[in-house]
Design a protein around this ligand. Structure first.
Ligand SMILES: Nc1ncnc2c1ncn2[C@@H]1O[C@H](COP(=O)(O)OP(=O)(O)OP(=O)(O)O)[C@@H](O)[C@H]1O
Length: 274
């Protein structure tokens, strides 16, 4: 049986405000799930809750059991490192639960392979707090993957990366899912990246799960208008599927009244990029 992450009626309060409102979902492992939604929608709150960092009501189960934190790799938003550790030491810490008094050759080899995979080998001896924001983000992601988690939870883990590194990371995550059958759950703001790389998209809006499905199912012009408050075209692009072309923000007053009208989802008149 494939592992499954199940949420039943999960609600979260922060301060006096309910920020997650009765979210229920069921996600099978062996896929990348992109969690999207506007600023303040509750993405980080939901991920922190699943990772066990925030109290909640309702049930969160992994394969029918309460989630064992040992099977989770979690990279929260803005998790810059201040410690004076080398990049190699930082990666090895990803395995701290397995490390005994000695660090074995296989751990060093695994860290070496991971550094290579992420193009970080030349930085192995550098102190992590001297790296750029994007380099740190890559190191911390590689560290989480050193744990070989069954459930990898990433909160905007590509936001500091240039375009090439974003693609490299998503490529690595895809390979990881294929190799291990893990579930990757990642909050991401770039909707095109989410649609292209997410097997399933979860759209969160004001703490509620607004839509679930493939990129084409979730990201319609009408939804972008109603949830994000933007006018956008969904441009069909042959074998690459569709992509979102943001045009303009709606006036605040229009956002609340934006209707969900499926007829306006595709603008086929736009020129197709070659
Ligand atoms: N520590 C906190 N105390 C009180 N309210 C909080 C706290 N952290 C977040 N919130 C509120 O919870 C709501 C959801 O915030 P959250 O960070 O989960 O959203 P998000 O979708 O991740 O946003 P972003 O895309 O901006 O990162 C927001 O209204 C935010 O102001």
């Amino acid at each position: 049986m494939t592992d499954r992450l199940t949420l039943r009626n999960v609600s979260v309060n922060r301060g006096r405000t309910q920020v997650i409102d009765r979210v229920s979902l069921s996600l099978h492992a062996g896929q990348i799930v992109a969690l999207i939604g506007p600023n303040g929608a509750g993405k980080s709150s939901l991920l922190n809750t699943i990772a066990g960092s925030i109290p909640h009501s309702g049930r969160i189960l992994w394969d029918g059991m309460p989630v064992d934190r040992k099977c989770i790799g979690f990279m929260p938003q803005n998790c810059a490192v201040k410690a004076e550790l080398s990049v190699l030491q930082t990666l090895l810490l990803g395995r701290h639960e397995q490390l005994g008094w000695r660090i074995g050759d296989h751990d060093i080899d695994a860290a070496g392979r991971m550094l290579e995979e992420f193009g970080l080998k030349h930085l192995a001896e550098r102190c992590i707090n001297t790296l750029s924001g994007g380099q740190q983000q890559l190191v911390l992601l590689a560290q989480r993957m050193m744990r070989q988690p069954r459930l990898l939870i990433l909160d905007e883990a590509t936001c500091a990366l240039d375009l090439r590194h974003q693609l490299v990371v998503l490529d690595r995550l895809r390979a990881y899912v294929k190799r291990t059958g893990a579930l990757v759950l990642m909050a991401i703001h770039d909707l095109n990246l989410a649609a292209r790389n997410g097997d399933t998209l979860l759209l969160l809006h004001r703490g509620r799960l607004e839509a679930t499905g493939s990129g084409a199912e979730v990201l319609t012009s009408a939804r972008l208008r109603a949830v994000y408050g933007i006018e956008a075209h969904i441009v069909e692009h042959g074998q690459h599927g569709s992509f979102i072309l943001p045009v303009s923000p709606l006036a605040e007053s229009t956002i609340l009244t934006a209707a969900l009208s499926p007829q306006t989802n595709t603008l086929s008149a736009l020129p197709q990029a070659s």
